[in-house]
Design a protein around this ligand. Structure first.
Ligand SMILES: Nc1ncnc2c1ncn2[C@@H]1O[C@H](COP(=O)(O)OP(=O)(O)OP(=O)(O)O)[C@@H](O)[C@H]1O
Ligand SMILES: [Mg+2]
Length: 291
């Protein structure tokens, strides 16, 4: 059965696109069929991430200018770039990475935004969006559909949450907006949860990886003290978060400065399969398989 997972957040820059891309590619690498949807229609980034310029986008599908096969792009060959000699290759050949992109054209973004402001076209677009999910499930035999959304309470993000079985609310631990996150959880997620949707906090950029600066040989009692305080404070913040927001944490991913400063940021989990970030993505996959 297809599992549909939407990544959402209150604030921007919490790692939704990074995690959804790496998650989808890692699922495919493990032999599963993953369909990644870029539903960040206002500021799509996955074309840039995958360095792929699609002829047809989700926008075309919604306006009935393209059929499903034209908007689902098979990026599985990308996985071959990262195949190793330890037998993973044969496994990866079974998996599929399929991606549907949103248009990056300014005119297309305005057109979609304008159309959802008119009742008639808004309903028609919503119907097509529901059909997109149905067609993916029926035609592509997907194990997972992963949806990357826009931050905040926006029309296509809410629709994405509505078609998902599981919502991952990503939070950046270096700048939590508790008020906004609580609002999302209470106003939006609560009503979806009542209908059977599962929702979890996905904590990103947590402390612990870069501190103390042990690799640079700069560890002193002051840096050690700071490390202990930061980690202790963070544990308290996480416990408070879970209680306050009423959602469990599915996973906490540390802030990896080597990822943040990587100028060639692309499918880190596949490029560096032994990096702890790849291990965290694997952990997420194992958890998602069981829920
Ligand atoms: N665990 C991490 N450690 C270090 N850097 C990270 C981590 N996760 C994401 N980043 C970096 O944070 C930045 C923002 O990530 P990303 O674009 O995935 O966020 P987003 O939630 O999709 O943003 P937006 O809301 O604008 O779409 C990127 O530069 C990414 O490399
Ligand atoms: Mg993004």
């Amino acid at each position: 059965m297809t599992k549909c997972i939407a990544l959402h957040s209150y604030k921007g820059g919490t790692g939704k696109s990074t995690i959804s891309s790496n998650l989808s590619a890692s699922l495919a690498k493990k032999g599963l069929t993953a369909v990644l949807l870029d539903v960040d229609v206002y500021a799509p980034s996955l074309q840039d991430y995958f360095q792929w310029q699609p002829k047809k986008s989700i926008n075309d599908y919604l306006f009935e200018n393209a059929n499903i096969d034209e908007v689902i792009h098979d990026l599985s060959p990308v996985l071959d770039k990262f195949s190793s000699n330890d037998g993973e290759q044969s496994e990866s050949s079974k998996g599929k990475l399929l991606v549907a992109f949103s248009s990056t054209s300014k005119d297309e973004i305005y057109k979609l935004d304008g159309a959802v402001r008119q009742e008639g076209s808004k309903i028609q677009l919503l119907r097509k969006f529901l059909m997109l999910r149905e067609e993916i499930v029926s035609k592509y035999n997907a194990d997972f559909v992963i949806i990357d959304t826009s931050p905040g309470i926006r029309y296509w993000s809410i629709n994405s949450l509505a078609i998902a079985d599981t919502i991952l609310l990503s939070l950046k631990l270096d700048g939590i907006d508790l008020k906004g996150t609580r609002l999302l959880a209470r106003e939006i997620y609560d009503s979806l949860t009542k209908l059977g949707t599962k929702s979890y906090l996905l904590l990103n950029r947590a402390a612990g990886y870069c501190l103390p600066p042990n690799l640079a040989g700069e560890q002193t009692s002051a840096t050690q003290e700071m490390f202990n305080n930061t980690v202790d404070n963070q544990s308290a913040v996480i416990s408070k978060l879970n209680a306050d927001i009423g959602m469990d944490t599915i996973l906490s991913i540390p802030c990896y400065c080597d990822i943040q400063f990587d100028s060639n940021e692309f499918l880190t989990a596949l490029r560096y399969p032994n990096h702890p970030f790849a291990g965290k993505i694997d952990e997420l996959i194992e958890k998602l398989k069981t829920i």
